[in-house]
Design a protein around this ligand. Structure first.
Ligand code: ZN
Ligand code: ZN
Length: 335
């Protein structure tokens, strides 16, 4: 990965050109930095990376302008999954599952740059949400999707398993949505501190605590109504199924790098569990709900942000994430 001068992206008829003010650094960027198997199979360099950002609209294509919704000079963020709009999924409200999805900063040029061109339909207006928050609404949206999908959260009990940034955001979303008990677990105590700051009532570290026993104790032997599995680790999956109450729900966001063994009869079927795979953010109901929760003051993701660097110090930004010392890291690009 290198920092280079590249041409300003072309703003197509249906696009807006955005001057990037801030961008979030993600685990995905770490995979690209390390050029692991996933990254080397997926990316076709040269590509500008970065997919979480907020900035100002500085140019609008003719059709985008004529649509009459976005305004020159306003602050926006954007859904980074660009979908085809024509497939079965796109046409039935499941655009987040479009087979032809192109992800900015992965499949096409992204946001760790002064400018990014985005299809107007992907752009989300901030309407007063601070730029730094706008820059991380992509992963906050993953958390909103994970916590709210299919669960009746008010008054419920929620276990967030894995407290990377999205897990910590999920703790905040569960609190905001009215959960009566939020339990969080992680092997990293710094992350558990962040989870507590986001409102977790109980935090568990599997290196010290028997997670399943502790969750059952905290729920009078029942288990929780909703488990948000954010670790992607095989041990996490076993704990997720064992800590959900009979008839409960497990929403899976953490992505395992290998296959996991599951005893379907014992762990899922006879426990009556509902299991849901979380991909991206629903277009655009997740964004709508998230925007309201943030603007209404119910949800503040900022306690999870631990570091800020100028774009030029991307290596340091990646370094603190790799060392497990960071919550969310923001790149300051312009203001
Ligand atoms: Zn991300
Ligand atoms: Zn599609």
């Amino acid at each position: 990965m290198t920092i280079e001068e590249v041409p300003t992206p072309k703003c197509g008829l249906n696009d807006v050109l955005i001057k990037v003010h801030a961008a979030g650094v993600c685990g995905t960027d770490l995979h690209i930095w390390e050029w692991d198997r996933w990254a080397s199979n997926r990316l076709k360099p040269p590509v500008v990376i970065g997919h979480e950002f907020a900035g100002e609209i500085v140019e609008m294509g003719e059709d985008a302008r004529r649509a009459g919704i976005l305004q020159l000079g306003e602050m926006v963020t954007a859904e980074g999954h660009i979908v085809c709009g024509h497939c079965l999924q796109c046409r039935t409200g499941l655009g987040h599952l479009c087979k032809r999805t192109q992800i900015i900063g992965v499949d096409r040029d992204g946001a760790f740059a002064d400018y990014i061109a985005m299809p107007a339909g992907n752009v989300v207006r901030l309407h007063g949400i601070p730029t730094d928050v706008g820059a991380i609404m992509d992963p906050v949206g993953n958390a909103v999707h994970t916590v709210l999908e299919g669960a009746e959260v008010p008054g419920s009990t929620v276990f967030v398993l894995g407290c990377g940034p999205i897990g910590c955001f999920a703790v905040g979303v569960a609190k905001a949505a009215g959960a009566s008990l939020v339990i969080a677990s992680d092997l990293n105590d710094m992350r558990l501190d962040l989870a507590r700051r986001m409102g977790a009532h109980v935090t568990l570290n599997p290196s010290r605590d028997d997670v399943v026993t502790r969750v059952l104790e905290a729920t009078h032997g029942n288990g929780v109504d909703l488990v948000c599995e954010m670790s992607g680790h095989p041990v996490g999956h076993a704990q997720a199924f064992a800590t959900a109450r009979l008839g409960g729900r497990v929403n899976l966001l953490g992505t395992p790098s290998q296959s996991t063994e599951v005893d379907f009869a014992k762990e899922i079927i006879f426990r009556g569990l509902t299991v849901y795979g979380v991909t991206g953010r629903k277009m655009y109901s997740t964004w709508n709900t998230m925007g309201r929760m943030i603007r209404g003051g119910q949800l503040d993701p900022m306690p999870v942000v631990t570091h800020r660097f100028p774009l030029e110090r991307i290596a340091d930004a990646i370094g603190v994430i790799k060392d497990g010392k960071a919550g969310k890291v923001i790149l300051e690009i312009a203001s």
